[in-house]
Design a protein around this ligand. Structure first.
Ligand code: NAD
Length: 366
């Protein structure tokens, strides 16, 4: 349930702000600047409750997801994360690694539904390794199951052998299929399900459950099945054919990074991880980018598009989300880009440019 309050003058929401590590705090700062402007532009007040996660939390508390962070998320409408991780913590034991904080926040809040929209923009076609004619009209929504599968299965290690168990239950597959079905209905009505059913038993269960749920509850939604190896190829040869791509945890992780290159850079792709009560964790799909951290070069667009997803999915502020997206697209059209997209702008310059366009669109609308 939304913890927002509405008064005569403003809608107020609370968001847990989790800057994290590496470029995380840099792109988080952009989000902060844009959110601060929402009040003046749209009478929308967003209180940020900033907390530690990842390596920064390990350094301060020994725990990548401290209880204070969990408590802040519990009393918030949504959480906004920069990125976690970095070489400094790579040799830590599993439970003191930054990424463990991310897995734990997903499981604590039951964030089973990960959405990664992949939409190509004509101005940026030149930055994708694919030819422009392949990129025209790409608008696909990757729906990735996020709290099951091999990332969460039992793990063990001996000196010379190790095991990671991949387990899925019928109910886990049913709920993500319903989320994908609902989305497909609002889009072009097509789901492509990706698995490895020729080899994996979990994939055979996925096929059975997905086709049953769609047949019973979404007869108007069409289903195509693809093996993951083949899907990796089809994403490059016919990306515009896909509408909703539904997949389990690890395949979705890999395919969405591949798909990010359709857009031109990892720095452009947002994500939402949702539970059944609309609470969501919003974050760019990229990591902490240690190779460019601290240089002011991080591309903040993925983070700002994640803010737009948060406004739309958890805060129900569709107009504000659209205004922010249009301000971003205007910047792209005007060539306001970071070095990963051949530009020369800094993170701060891009943030200022988006804020200027957002203010002017609000003034025009007002
Ligand atoms: P990465 O996404 O951090 O970086 C991959 C490449 O993309 C790098 O060359 C980087 O410079 C570039 N890049 C990423 N974000 C960018 C941005 N905003 N602007 C411009 N360029 C950008 O992936 P990696 O190098 O494999 O991982 C680095 C660390 O991040 C690791 O510790 C990893 O575990 C962690 N990680 C965290 C998350 C997360 O927080 N959700 C996701 C993936 C990886």
């Amino acid at each position: 349930m939304n913890k927002s309050t509405t008064s005569r003058s403003a809608k107020t929401f609370r968001v847990a702000g989790l800057p994290g590590d590496g470029v995380g705090p840099e792109v988080y700062q952009s989000a902060r600047q844009v959110l601060a402007l929402m009040d003046a532009c749209f009478n929308l007040s967003i209180e940020l409750d900033e907390q530690l996660i990842g390596g920064a939390a390990v350094d301060a508390t020994g725990n990548p997801l401290p209880q204070a962070t969990i408590d802040a998320c519990k009393s918030a409408d949504a959480a906004l994360l920069g990125a976690v991780g970095g070489p400094k913590w790579d040799t830590n034991p599993a439970e003191q690694r930054p990424e463990f904080g991310l897995l734990k926040i997903r499981s604590t809040f039951n964030l089973f539904c990960n959405l990664r929209p992949i939409v190509t923009h004509p101005t940026l076609h030149a930055f994708s390794p694919l030819r422009p004619e392949r990129l025209a009209g790409v608008d696909l929504m990757m729906v990735r199951e996020l709290t099951g599968g091999i990332y969460f299965g039992k793990k063990w290690r001996e000196a010379d052998q190790a095991e990671d168990v991949c387990r899925y239950t019928r109910s886990e597959i049913e709920r993500i299929t319903r989320a994908a079905g609902d989305l497909a209905r609002q889009r072009k009505g097509r789901i492509t399900m990706v698995d490895k059913a020729n080899v994996l038993e979990t994939s055979r269960l996925w096929r059975e459950v997905v086709s049953q749920v769609l047949e019973d509850e979404f007869p108007d939604v069409s289903l195509e099945n693809l093996l993951v190896d083949s899907a990796a190829m089809h994403l490059l040869t016919r990306p515009a054919d896909f509408d909703v791509m539904l997949t389990e945890n690890m395949f979705g992780d890999i395919l969405s990074d591949e798909a990010s290159m359709l857009c031109g850079s990892m720095g452009l792709l947002p994500s939402a991880s949702l539970n059944e009560s609309r609470f969501g964790l919003y974050e760019p799909i990229h990591g902490s980018a240690p190779d460019i951290a601290g240089q002011g070069k991080a591309n903040p667009y993925a983070m700002l598009l994640s803010v737009a997803m948060m406004l739309r999915h958890s805060l129900d502020c569709t107009n504000e989300a659209e205004a922010l997206e249009h301000s971003i697209y205007r910047c792209w059209d005007e060539g306001i880009l970071t070095p990963d997209l051949g530009g020369a702008c800094s993170t701060t310059q891009i943030t200022d440019a988006v804020c200027e366009r957002l203010s002017s669109s609000a003034n025009t609308a007002g």
